[in-house]
Design a protein around this ligand. Structure first.
Ligand SMILES: NC(=O)c1ccc[n+]([C@@H]2O[C@H](COP(=O)([O-])OP(=O)(O)OC[C@H]3O[C@@H](n4cnc5c(N)ncnc54)[C@H](O)[C@@H]3O)[C@@H](O)[C@H]2O)c1
Length: 257
């Protein structure tokens, strides 16, 4: 299929390779600061116009938390299936869901497109259900990423936290900032570290007086993320032929695997 990439930074270039390896063609790349991008505008309306004129069947958006909402608002009404990997817009999900339904658009979003992380969510859900039975345990989430990452905590860490909240009733609230008092039992602490070139590490800790159990997902490279996003777009384009418009997540993709 013909694909447009909005955002042609580190992930954009990996997406291009992953898409080409799967037999797709990148016909447009939009990025104001990438020398090799075909469209240099920062205007979402101009980008949407160029994408429509290019005749693509799918769009993948990996830009910046400050650009993503403008891009989604302009790209959804084109009616071209849109995969969004940019993180940092969790609070706007209800608004974007309403826009997708109203404009009859198809949007697949995930804070993490890797197969391993999506399996990790399921392992954490099961572990949280087990530990929920035992009040002597306390839970926390820790994540580490490279020092170029713009948002913290990572969208993946927030998704892991919401998996724990859904499966362990003693935790009802996520705290991401520093504490100036001891945490309350119902608070789930999510801590972040930014250093060097770490592609992404997420650890869930179940701690009690006698022992600690840690579950860790450690990404080795970001290629798995790019491949997952391309496969996500392939799924979304076929879903657009059979499902009602709206917002989709990797859970929908896995349900069909
Ligand atoms: N969902 C996932 O699986 C996943 C995986 C990796 C990264 N990410 C997220 O993807 C985003 C991009 O990551 P990256 O490592 O490629 O960053 P990057 O900084 O290497 O690239 C982002 C590019 O977007 C461009 N950009 C900014 N505003 C734009 C706009 N309005 N229109 C077009 N291009 C614009 C920038 O010029 C830059 O080249 C980040 O939010 C990151 O957290 C998500």
């Amino acid at each position: 299929m013909k694909i447009a990439l909005v955002g042609f930074g580190k992930m954009g270039h990996m997406l291009a390779s992953a898409a080409e390896r799967r037999g797709h063609e990148i016909v447009l790349t939009a990025d104001p600061s990438a020398a090799d991008a075909s469209v240099k505008s920062t205007s979402p309306a101009e980008i949407a116009g160029a994408v429509t004129a290019s005749g693509v069947q799918g769009i993948i958006e990996f830009t910046h938390p400050s650009s993503v909402l403008g891009n989604i608002r302009a790209l959804l009404p084109t009616g071209i299936p849109l995969v969004v990997g940019t993180t940092g817009w969790n609070d706007s999900v209800p608004e974007i869901k309403a826009l997708a339904e109203e404009s009859r658009g198809y949007l697949l979003h995930s804070a993490n497109f890797s197969l391993g992380v999506n399996l990790f969510y399921r392992i954490v859900a099961e572990a949280a259900r087990l530990f929920a039975e035992f009040d002597e345990y306390d839970e926390a989430v820790f994540e580490a990423h490279h020092n170029k990452k713009a948002d913290s905590p990572s969208g993946t860490a927030l998704e892991i936290a919401s998996v724990i909240l859904r499966n362990c009733p003693r935790k009802t609230e996520v705290v991401t900032g520093p504490f100036d008092r001891p945490p309350r039992q119902e608070e789930l602490h999510v801590a972040s570290l930014r250093v060097g070139a770490v592609p992404g590490t997420h650890t869930v800790v179940f701690d009690s007086v006698p022992d600690t159990i840690e579950l860790t997902h450690r990404a080795r490279s970001r290629e798995g993320l790019a491949l997952g996003a391309v496969r996500g777009l392939e799924w979304l384009v076929s879903a657009a032929g059979s499902r009602t418009p709206g917002l989709f997540t990797m859970d929908d993709v896995f349900a069909d695997m």
